[in-house]
Design a binder for this molecule. Sequence first.
Ligand SMILES: Nc1nc2c(ncn2[C@@H]2O[C@H](COP(=O)(O)OP(=O)(O)OP(=O)(O)O)[C@@H](O)[C@H]2O)c(=O)[nH]1
Ligand SMILES: [Mg+2]
Length: 319
Amino acid sequence: MAFWKGKSQAPDEDPPPTSLLARMRTGLRKTRDVLNTDIRDLFKSEGRLVDDPFLEELFARLIRTDMGVGPATTLRDQVAEEFRGRVVKLEEVLTNISRQTEKMLSGQSNALFEAPSGPTVILVVGVNGSGKTTSIAKLANNLHRSGKRVLLGAGDTFRAAAVEQLTVWAGRIGCEIVTGPPDADPASVAFRTAQRAADEKFDVAVIDTAGRLQTQTHLMQQLDKIRRVVGKQVEGAPHEVLLVLDATAGQNAISQARGFSEVAGCTGIILAKLDGSAKGGVILPIHQQFDLPVKFIGLGEGLDDLAPFDPKSFAEALF
Ligand SMILES: Nc1nc2c(ncn2[C@@H]2O[C@H](COP(=O)(O)OP(=O)(O)OP(=O)(O)O)[C@@H](O)[C@H]2O)c(=O)[nH]1
Ligand SMILES: [Mg+2]
């Protein structure tokens, strides 16, 4: 599925290809296993009476996916409202929870902002090792394949191997990249990336940044500087500041989201490594607590392992 409408792309109303749903199911297997195995344990083949002890157990099991108290309470209350006092089958409860999850995750647009004229500049930020560089490669690959001219900016000049890592990805994707010498000012690399994207009429520039903690004031100021310099080159840039969160961090991802979204002016979230996490439920509090749409989810280490976030397929893949 292309993330932007390209000339070659199928219309929006086309259902996502089954391969994407299949990949999502595979990617969410760990979380689904915890949820389903746990909830399945509550049932016998003839069904189970929905009473207070059942609802309490259900709540405890939902919490284990790191969805947090709020969403688990909503899901439990919904099950209580529909089934209390009845003997029900596992499938009925799972369907109810899945629908409710979809509802809770709806209401935000996952569309990538596209600059009306000139290149769209996307800045990618997050803590160390959250999956920034890999997510950039996946995003660039998708945009490139949908016919966009993509320029990468190796703005992580802090770690020697980082430039090389992104250069290798650029080679595999077949897109261009702007790099700087080791220890160069990341803002100068970002500046040159935006400049070249504008001069050479690229459709999109995606700029990598070094991992940082939201508490490292000087590094957060450096992000500010990057934002300012690209804004001077391209009107309205950066058009997207995507925060990459590591889904295996569970509830910790929430505090990262809080810190970054306040300081870095984030416009959306990429939730990476969902495939390696049994804590995929964390997407619920992330969705509810921040005014930041989850735009993409990472489902593996390969170039095809990034999916636009879609509440319906996500909820379906989860149960
Ligand atoms: N399973 C899985 N692994 C991922 C995913 N995204 C990234 N990774 C892996 O996570 C590790 C870190 O990814 P990077 O993309 O280098 O993370 P980063 O945020 O750029 O790291 P720094 O630049 O060091 O801050 C790598 O081994 C990636 O292959 C994902 O969606 N699923
Ligand atoms: Mg990196």
